[in-house]
Write a protein that binds this ligand. Sequence first.
Ligand code: FE
Ligand code: FE
Length: 387
Amino acid sequence: MKKVGILGGTFNPVHNGHLFVAEKVTEYYHLDKLILIPNGNPPHKQTVSVSAEDRLAMLELAAANREDFFVDTYEVNGQEYSYTYNTLGYLKKKYPDDKLYFIAGADNIDEIAGWRRPKDIFLLADVIFFARPHYPINWTEIEKLKKDFHASIEVFSVDEVDISATDIRKRIEIGKPITGLVPPQVEQYIKEHRLYQPEYMLYMKQLKEFLCPERFRHTIGVAKMAEKLAVHYQIDKEKAYLAGLLHDCAKNLPEDELRNLTKRSSFPIYDGELDNPQLLHSIAGSVIAKEVFEIEDKEILSAIRYHTIGRVDMTLLEKIIYLADLIEENRTFALVERMRTLAFINLDQALLLSIENNINYLKKNGLNVLKESYHIKESLLNKGVHL
Ligand code: FE
Ligand code: FE
């Protein structure tokens, strides 16, 4: 029989305080496993500002540091709010031969008897309440719980770790560092996904309504790569991130809608461009970015507009978005590694490589090559760009 600890929470975000408690309890009670369970979006916490997927992803990064820590998605994937007795019942089925330890903060001592089906909770698991040293423990209530529910209860004292998720969110909101408050991988994830940043919250929310999960992942990849290239070539990294984030915002719209949107575009449209449905989303995307995402910045709008085929004399931001789209971390085509390396050495060479590659591909497959593609190639060659 193994000992399995269970620690639930919103984990918005998971931080070193959570992990400290998890480690101490695991050590002290010789637990074989610790299961971290992120809540779904509970009814009494409607203010959860970050998606369950993001909370889950961060928790998984944090748990990956320890072999005995696992993340369970039961509550996150559930359609409805899961009460503790539900979750424990599920875990008992999953680990029928093991002994379960439900770990909760000592602030729950006074409340647990009022939770849904407390008798089941105490039947399914031993409960470990953790508290800071000198926290006033209600021992009378504990005795009562033991008597009323035949509960097996432990009280565990952990040193104070003065970290709260609320504080972390506030720090990010006002641009303060969170180094040391969360594991480094979580810190990086928060940065890369711009979590808890008020200026990005609405963009992310709207974007998730426009894009399927796979496209959203690609989009984050492009935004991250665009930011890296922007830092490398010393242009505004937030602008590049935002352009990357929005470059495919129209990608999942139906073709008739895309066609309608292209009519409202103020950018020129190339000969033959509207014949290829694959190209419509860049024109339509700049319209959506302007009308829905309220982007006024012309450079961002034009980077979105030209991300599929490029144009002669592209701006630095346009080149960056065009290439970031191709070389972001999820991309796997044959030339990708070469293009990735080249993009950080010489943007124009990377661009030429891509344009030539495109032309060759289209020709080989008997598809139409836009005149503009030849113009871009010529113009690069005329500037002395060579591979
Ligand atoms: Fe695209
Ligand atoms: Fe894309």
